[in-house]
Design a protein around this ligand. Structure first.
Ligand code: FES
Length: 114
């Protein structure tokens, strides 16, 4: 598979401070657009699959802050992951998330997916 940049939509397709699910190369990816007041927007892309129980739910997760960066918390059992590097932030032996390079250019959003 190519790991070139894939256009996944325009900025306005992604609601601020929420996750959205896109599919690229048969992979579900959760994209987060964080628009905190007064700061430049931050964007993240991680696997949509929660490794805790193999559910495709992370795009519906709750976005929050850890002090060291943004996190997403699974909507089902509250498992937290860093949005920056995908690290599992909770207790127990849960895999980290895969993260994907994302760039925003000319109002369009691109993901690099291998
Ligand atoms: S399904 Fe996500 S933590 Fe339980």
């Amino acid at each position: 598979m190519s790991n070139s940049w894939n256009k996944v939509g325009s900025i306005s397709d992604f609601p601020a401070d929420l996750g959205s699910c896109v599919k690229v190369n048969e992979q579900q990816i959760a994209v987060f657009r964080i628009a905190e007041n007064g700061s430049p927007e931050k964007w993240y892309a991680v696997q949509n699959l929660n490794p805790y129980n193999q559910r495709m739910v992370l795009s519906r997760g709750i976005v929050g802050c850890t002090g060291a960066g943004h996190k997403v918390t699974c909507p089902l059992h509250k498992t937290p992951f860093s949005l920056k590097d995908g690290k599992h932030l909770g207790e127990g032996d849960v895999s980290d998330l895969k993260t994907y390079p994302l760039r925003v250019e000319n109002n369009e959003v691109f993901l690099q997916v291998d």
